[in-house]
Design a protein around this ligand. Sequence first.
Ligand SMILES: [Zn+2]
Ligand SMILES: [Zn+2]
Length: 321
Amino acid sequence: MRDRSRVLSSKQAVSRAAYNLQVSTPKIVLFYVFAPLADPDAIRVWQRDLGEGLGLRGRVLISQHGINGTLGGDLRALKKWARSFRSYDPFKTVDLKWSEGTGLDADGLSVDFPKLSVKVRDEIVSFGAPDELRVDENGVVGGGIHLSPERLHDLVESRDDVVFFDGRNALEAEIGRFRGAVVPDVETTRDFVRLLDSGAYDDLKGKPVVTYCTGGIRCEVLSSLMVSRGFGEVYQLDGGIVRYGEEYGDDGLWEGSLYVFDKRGSVDFSDHAAVVGVCAGCGAATKRTANCPDASCRRQFVVCEQCDAVPCAEHGALSAR
Ligand SMILES: [Zn+2]
Ligand SMILES: [Zn+2]
């Protein structure tokens, strides 16, 4: 009797696990819309209530120029979120980029984010130039020409002077980038305006420049800043590296891993992603990144498992003591 009940309960456990496997699918969705929003705070309350009600986690930023977010949760909940999101007219054509989440906890919440954060800011992507950005119902005004991954390949085949311009922070590019890309030495997106104004990239003004970033949002702004500073032929990769990776994986012009701002750290597009990162401690090839060991410091480095962490210049003396 006892054995029989044990058999039954283990069968039940198996079927419950199978049921959970079948119905809970951890996903992460990346999205942005540039559109004039008259009442960002009303959007904030709506998105906060919607996300909380559906058990989503992640980060959403809203400004008078649009919305930008990453949300993680069960696929069914995210699909409900997407239906509601698209029901608001300015958001109806949103391009959602989906990727696999690491998992869901016992409450069904994404383990890739600590909580749900929905905030109103001056900018939905922090270039420190909110007054320069112009947005209408079609998106950013005066930005670079959008290129699909296929059209990007067409451009590269038809021209021999195409320059890839990484629109992310230098650290992100250290573990993955388009082959031969220019990687500006920026620690945060706010450094771009100063760098462009310094004339450091004026030699690119006569060339076709393809800006690219994770999901495309940073290039919406970056490409418009470049156009208004006299870069004559500026493109932006539509859907960013995420969309390119979906289509070409590691068999195109991309090399390495894609850095992501959640607990996953990075994602690969195939089982044969190149490892292009170099450990700051020992020089070994790695795609791992870690913070400066000083708890108050937000600087990050590419650093292998063995070296674990390396201190920044400012905190090096501290940790050597
Ligand atoms: Zn190392
Ligand atoms: Zn530090």
